[in-house]
Design a protein. Sequence first.
Length: 103
Amino acid sequence: MDATFNSDPTRRPNVAEAQAVARQFLATALPDVQRVDVTKVAPATLGEAGWEAEADVWQPNPTLKSLGLATGRPVLDHSRYLVRLDALLNVLEYELEGAVRGK
């Protein structure tokens, strides 16, 4: 996904731009997203990342969805993601927080 907001390498993007890119990326990259709230955006201190964003994502419960159970209200599961962006606001990587990484 090309989520570049900033094509001028001499200008550093601001927090609002990084927040918008992280929100847009998660809303389109993950299935059936109902809501994305970016809760934290900060300049990255390690590696090639320019920004790190934390976000809360709500998606329909897959078990209820697969069983076709009708509910009065949507039953949403909550997940927290970390998104790393480079200095031009391209997404470098994203991960589900609390997920076990391979060795």
